[in-house]
Ligand binder design. Structure first.
Ligand code: A2P
Length: 340
């Protein structure tokens, strides 16, 4: 038994990310003293398993957080907006997976491999934000490249799985695919267009400047996590008919001379990163291989021959694991070990 154990709550326990948070707490043997599963009134009374025990899901209310030390939230932005301050007021530290608090200057935005020191700022509001899934998998390989070669500009295009939208979107892709293969009419409720056998250049809402909110999140969050507002970033985010695993094409321009061999050597040493890059064997990162794994896979590392100092690469990770639940539990681990 570890020295310290904690009373933990998972808010949004019945959702795609919440469910994975439960699995991550189990798999990583987080020092849990007691566990509480919270969701909306719709799920109250549902039974979930934790380490062989049955835990009854409770409706989240203002009283849910009394006596809780750490609350992992993945219940949507408006729920976080309402309940995270209440939870923090009750004395627990919130690790929040929604976008609600990420750009708040008093809330640290953390990827433990990149900026674990930022966790210390949790005392300001009692909230730590978990970044956007596409941002997390990009900043981990970007960090050592930035340190060594000074990144000037990043151009990223994403190929994002439906699980990032939640359980209803997973069902929508499944139902549409089945309907089409059976020559039946397909319906779309979650997305504005059919996602099966299609690609939608539309993630989250569109803003006045013509970008989607997801694209703006990638820009702002990357700068906050790398603690450098001078990096130019532009993103195009696309939903593709994949269940689990986001893929990204990333073009990086640096101030210092850079080579593919140097980047490969650097990333091979980077904790949490696996380089998969053997073209003779047709080996490169794939969503189907990354699904169910916690590492970030990088491949197709090659020189951008159109500029003096540029690199192209392909980055893939499980968006529900490292892109959400695993990263949140890793933050909680540092918090538990070093701060509580
Ligand atoms: P519920 O299952 O009761 O609706 P996903 O992102 O996969 O759709 O999951 C969202 C999670 O957030 C679910 O666990 C959902 O619970 C929970 N949730 C949504 N709205 C609320 C709310 N108002 N209060 C508490 N939990 C909520």
């Amino acid at each position: 038994m570890p020295d310290k154990t904690f009373n933990v709550a998972v808010a949004g326990a019945t959702g795609a990310v919440g469910n994975q948070m439960i699995t991550c707490l189990e798999e990583r043997n987080f020092p849990v003293k007691s566990i509480k599963f919270l969701a909306s009134h719709r799920s109250a009374g549902r039974k979930l398993r934790f380490k062989g025990d049955t835990v009854v899901v409770e409706e989240m209310t203002e009283d849910s957080f009394k006596g809780v030390d750490i609350a992992l939230f993945s219940a949507g932005g408006s729920t976080s907006k309402q309940f995270a301050p209440i939870a923090a007021e009750s004395g627990c530290v919130v690790v929040d997976n929604s976008s609600q608090w990420r750009m708040d200057p008093e809330v640290p935005l953390v990827v433990p491999e990149v900026n674990p020191h930022a966790i210390a700022q949790y005392t300001k509001k009692g909230i730590i934000a978990n970044p956007n899934c596409s941002t997390i998998q990009m900043v981990v390989p970007l960090k050592p490249i930035h340190q060594k070669f000074e990144i000037k500009r990043v151009v990223v295009s994403t190929y994002q799985a439906v699980s990032g939208t939640g359980k209803k979107a997973i069902d929508e892709l499944f139902d549409q695919t089945r309907a089409i293969l059976n020559f039946q009419e397909s319906k779309n409720k979650v997305y504005p267009h059919r996602i099966a056998f299609n690609c939608l250049p539309h993630i989250d809402v569109f803003l006045d400047n013509g970008y989607s909110k997801e694209e703006v999140k990638m820009v702002n969050e990357t700068r906050k996590i790398l603690e450098d507002d001078s990096i130019g970033i532009t993103a195009t985010t696309v939903r593709v008919p994949v269940f689990y695993g986001h893929s990204e094409s990333v073009n990086i321009e640096t101030n210092k001379p850079i080579s593919a061999a140097e980047v490969r050597a650097l990333l091979e040493k980077e904790p949490g990163v696996v380089v998969v890059d053997d073209l003779e064997k047709n080996l490169y990162p794939l969503a189907i291989d990354a699904a169910g794994r916690d590492e970030i896979f990088v491949g197709r590392i090659r020189q951008d021959e159109s500029i003096p100092n540029g690199i192209n690469m392909w980055i893939v990770a499980d968006n529900i694991r490292k892109g959400a639940a695993t990263n949140a539990v890793q933050i909680a681990e540092v918090l538990a070990k070093e701060y509580l």
